[in-house]
Design a protein around this ligand. Structure first.
Ligand code: FBP
Length: 545
């Protein structure tokens, strides 16, 4: 058990806000039947029991006797600030229906369900984690729940503990698995409901129904504080270019939000690079030209934000990864030892992709050819793109110097902001949002729903006006190729290049590049004037404008 800080003590007393509709008894108002975002025929066939269900919205209802039931909860995947508040909202929600209702946490992610590792979350345990960051109350993990054998092992312990519903708190992959599990238990009439909650700092689990995944707000504010501090240092010493990689495995939402908050000299947006079919060399030239233009004004310093997933969006590298994924998914590839893996993929790549593979620095190439995470993703957090780019920019500037196109000095510093932001104490927004998501999940369970995601909308309004309800997870699905096969998955939300947040950035970036217009957002404020403490992300503000 770790020591308790003063902030944690003071923060424990914070009572998260709930939407008005959840403050008393509720009634579930159902909308029209839904369909999936893509591949409707295939998704309907794969999910005959959970396809087409209506969107649900909670309205104030009449008090009814609360039934006694137990609930299980799982934290899945990467940590995101606010996870403990989802659990405290769920805990308070089920106990407000009946004080005898129990909450069990499965330990270290979905694997805890399969291996029957769990603990009861008592009021004392719960109180120690209210409004804190991290997932350490029960731990998290990335075990992929997808095999019948795992579902069957799960039902044994769910029955033993008298669990009526399982809440899976996770990102797109984990909620996809929640949906598969809900469908399986429904098809078997096992009587266990499954509800998902939208988590990920990456911000890519969003759509017409989900305004933001939780944790994005706090993580972006934490990174923006650090980036702002670096900008101030940079503007004080005026001698370094800082290359800052920020997390976000695939989409560039975090990079974009941090750019909106801090106004760096350069921010790359992977989705734009893909759309413009830019090569690594195009990107390097873009940065080098900005460095040279600033140097011509006597400014040999600057800040560059790089999204973690960049490498996968450069079209030539994307094609290479797609072929590598197919090669690595074969049974033969699975028998190859780690030492021989690179030679093995080289021997199997097409000529075009082999040329791209061979052109990459050895560390990047080997990371692309090595093991995927359990969901089949390249482990981009291990690729040091910030160093790769600064090295290449340095080389490009040396060439430009020979041609007389650059006369400055270039000295680079490197940073990776990822793990620093995932367990920060949740902002007021995330504390309220997460508590509401968890509390709302208890109402979905009480309404007998399964295969639904807990959803809170209208989040730029004060919390009392938020809209609470549920969306069938099948509604967010389409088919995508994973580990060499087409599978039903929740569609990831990438940065929309015609969306207001990107457009705002695109309108201002040349000004931010040439002129030093840094913004220093400072640390997350939990107490004080509302315009300082209760602001949502700029992304949400621009989107909802
Ligand atoms: P989730 O999608 O599970 O929320 O995790 C996202 C993330 O934080 C990415 O930003 C990052 O690339 C990845 O997790 C790192 O994974 P790990 O924690 O396994 O190193």
């Amino acid at each position: 058990m770790s020591e308790i800080s003063n902030l944690q003590k003071a923060r424990a007393a914070y009572q998260p806000k709930l939407p008005k509709a959840l403050q008393g008894p509720v009634t579930a108002v159902e909308g029209a039947a839904t369909q999936s975002v893509g591949n409707q025929k295939e998704i309907r066939e794969l999910f005959p029991n959970t396809y087409g269900m209506p969107v649900v919205e909670f309205a104030e209802g009449k008090k009814a006797p609360g039934s006694q039931f137990n609930v299980g909860v799982i934290l899945s995947g990467g940590q995101a600030p606010g996870g403990h508040n989802v659990i405290s909202g769920l805990f308070d929600g089920i106990r407000s229906l009946n004080p005898d209702n129990k909450l069990y946490g499965f330990l270290m992610g979905p694997g805890g369900l399969v291996d029957h590792k769990y603990m009861e979350i008592t009021p004392e345990i719960m109180d120690a984690y209210r409004n804190t960051g991290g997932f350490d109350i029960i731990g998290s993990g990335r075990t992929k729940l997808e095999e019948v054998d795992q579902f069957e092992k799960g039902i044994v312990i769910l029955r033993e503990l008298g669990i009526k519903a399982l809440v899976i708190i996770g990102g797109d992959d984990s909620n996809t698995n929640a949906c598969v599990l809900a469908e399986y238990y429904a098809s078997k009439n096992y009587g266990v409901q499954v509800i998902g909650c939208p988590k990920t700092i990456d911000g890519d689990l969003k759509n017409d129904q989900i305004e933001a995944s939780f944790g994005f707000d706090t993580a972006c504010k934490t990174y923006s504080e650090l980036i702002g501090n670096i900008e101030r240092d940079c503007n004080s010493a005026r001698k370094y270019w800082h290359f800052i990689k920020v997390m976000g495995r695939s989409a560039s939402h975090i990079a974009l939000e941090c750019a909106l908050q801090t106004q760096p000299n350069v921010c790359l947006i992977s989705e734009e690079i893909e759309k413009k079919e830019q090569s690594l060399d195009d990107i390097v030239k873009y940065i080098a030209d900005i460095v040279a233009a600033r140097a011509a004004q006597g400014n040999n310093f600057g800040t560059v934000i790089i999204p973690e997933g960049l490498i996968e969006f450069i079209p030539a590298i994307k094609r290479l990864i797609a072929e590598l994924n197919d090669i690595l998914a074969t049974d033969e590839a699975k028998t190859v030892t780690r030492e021989n893996q690179i030679e093995y993929v080289k021997a199997h790549l097409s000529a075009a992709n082999l040329a791209v593979f061979s052109s990459l620095p050895a560390d990047v190439a080997s990371q692309l050819a090595l093991d995927r995470d359990p969901h089949g993703n390249v482990q981009v957090s291990l690729i040091e793109t910030e160093k790769l780019l600064s090295r290449m920019v340095g080389k490009k500037l040396a060439e430009m110097k020979k041609d007389g196109k650059y006369t400055g000095k270039f000295s680079a510093q490197h940073h990776f902001f990822g793990y620093e932001g995932r367990c920060a104490a949740p902002s007021n927004f995330d504390a309220d949002y997460c508590y509401s998501l968890g509390f709302n999940a208890s109402r979905l369970i009480n309404a007998g729903k399964t295969g639904y995601m807990s959803v809170i909308r209208n989040t730029t309004a004060p919390a009392a006006e938020w809209i609470a309800g549920g969306v069938p997870i099948t509604m967010m699905m389409n088919l995508e190729k994973r580990s060499g096969k087409f599978k039903p998955v929740i569609r990831k939300a990438l940065v929309e290049l015609d969306g207001k947040p990107f457009k705002f950035f695109a309108q201002h970036r040349d000004d931010w590049a040439a002129n030093t217009k840094y913004v220093y957002p400072g640390s997350i404020q939990y107490w004080g004037p509302s315009e300082v403490c209760d602001q949502t992300t700029k992304t949400l503000q621009l989107e909802q404008k």
